[in-house]
Design a protein around this ligand. Structure first.
Ligand SMILES: [Zn+2]
Length: 426
């Protein structure tokens, strides 16, 4: 297929993955995960007049909020979005879990832990030119699982090789050096690389996943946050000049988790439980990842492994009385209501109040890395995220958007739910 044939010549192709059907429209598709963006970040930036392109997208298309997967973490929700499934199906329920057989804490940042196929790999199989670009290298392996296409991170852009990443010379493609991961540029670089691939017709089915560096540092009304969304909007404007269908959602929101003096508002759960109930208790914090400066391994979600299962009831009852915790579930309830994989979940799961994070012990956390106070995520209060489609929705998809919309319905909406001029409605 020559360069020019590209997308306009594509016929509608359908494929199935994880029990869901996707009908590819004859247009390029661009799905964007705005890492750490609660809806407020967008609405505040729009109120300041800094996102005119997003406003145009919303005027023409669709804007609502969707429910993310819990725990509201990056890799959990990115895995959900690219598989169209909750963690109970795809298996990624945090950065770490406790292996019940070995008793070891196991890092889950490898596709070896992914139990579902990805929509990206399936779209490539169906003949689309797929590109997956992420800011964070830690999720590249999961998101590019079995993908025959382009896949790289802005964090490790210089490491991209044709044989392993489907692309090389990424900096040349974008026309600028790859940025530091702790920067706003890390996200903008991802969008610019995606746009270059789209414009050069090297990709027509894209997943672009940003980083939440800005959101960890600044609330929605901070000038730095507004500037970031303004810069992001300029990139969106460039996508609007293409004929791509755009879908935008997020992996989780972000909230301040600190006391008035700026110190993190932490419940040290392992210390509390080992003193009162179980000296051998293990509290796993699945937010723990290679980017400690973002959050100091403190989030609003924890998994508790007790040495004696008979303690489950008493510990749950005691924890439910702690004012800082909003929800505490035993394993069967967590599996059912939080959609978690049973074998990677503890005896109890705890979620903290909006302004509270859960820690292990005071010694475990390096709080010095938190330079500007603590903004973090993981719990119920970071669960609702924006859901934006650049084109009008078909009536049945409009109904679904008004019901229990999930962020991992994004590819379903992009492929099946959009009304395009000149195409039949069904
Ligand atoms: Zn994230």
């Amino acid at each position: 297929m020559g360069q020019q044939s590209a997308v306009s010549a594509l016929s509608i192709v359908a494929f199935q993955v994880n029990g869901r059907s996707y009908h590819l429209p004859p247009r390029p598709l661009v799905a964007i995960c705005l890492d750490g963006s609660s809806n407020e970040y967008l609405t505040v930036a729009m109120a300041h007049g800094r996102m005119p392109n997003l406003q145009r997208i919303i005027q023409r298309g669709h804007h609502s909020v969707a429910r993310a997967a819990l725990p509201s973490f990056t890799n959990v929700n990115n895995a959900s979005i690219v598989t169209g499934t909750p963690p109970s199906i795809h298996g990624i329920c945090g950065n770490f879990f406790l292996d019940p057989v070995s008793g070891q804490e196991v890092m889950m940042n490898s596709s070896a832990f992914l139990r579902a196929e990805t929509i990206l790999a399936a779209a490539a199989q169906a003949g689309r030119k797929v590109a997956m670009i992420t800011a964070k290298e830690k999720i590249r392996d999961i998101l590019s699982h079995q993908l025959k296409g382009i896949a790289f991170s802005s964090e490790q852009a210089q490491a991209a090789r044709l044989e392993t990443h489907g692309i090389d010379q990424v900096e040349k493609l974008v026309g600028e050096p790859a940025p530091n991961i702790y920067s706003a540029q890390a996200s903008l670089f991802v969008l610019r690389a995606g746009l270059a691939l789209l414009n050069q017709q090297r990709a027509d089915f894209l997943f672009l996943s940003l980083t939440d560096y800005i959101q960890h540092r600044f609330p929605p009304a901070a000038p730095e946050a507004i500037d970031f969304y303004g810069a992001l909007d300029e990139e969106l404007g460039r996508f609007l000049k293409t004929d791509a269908i755009l879908g935008i959602t997020s992996d989780h929101g972000m909230n301040a988790k600190q006391l008035p003096d700026g110190q993190p508002n932490v419940i040290y759960l392992e210390s509390l439980l080992s003193a009162k109930f179980d000296p051998d208790v293990r509290v796993i914090l699945p937010i723990t990842d290679p980017y400690p400066a973002h959050h100091g391994a403190l989030g609003s979600f924890a998994v508790i492994h007790l040495s004696n299962p008979n303690l489950t009831g008493p510990v749950q009852n005691w924890l439910l009385k702690r004012p800082g915790l909003s929800e505490v579930y035993d394993r069967p309830t967590a599996v059912r209501k939080l959609e978690l994989p049973s074998d990677r979940t503890g005896d109890l799961v705890a979620l903290a109040r909006r302004d509270v994070v859960i820690g292990r012990t005071p010694q475990y956390h390096e709080l010095e890395v938190l330079q500007n106070g603590l903004r973090s995520h993981g719990g119920r209060y970071e669960e609702m995220v924006p859901f934006i489609i650049s084109h009008p929705l078909k009536p049945d998809y409009l109904d679904r958007a008004a019901a229990d919309l999930r962020n991992f319905d994004l590819f379903d909406f992009l492929t099946n739910g959009v009304q395009l001029p000149g195409l039949p409605l069904s």
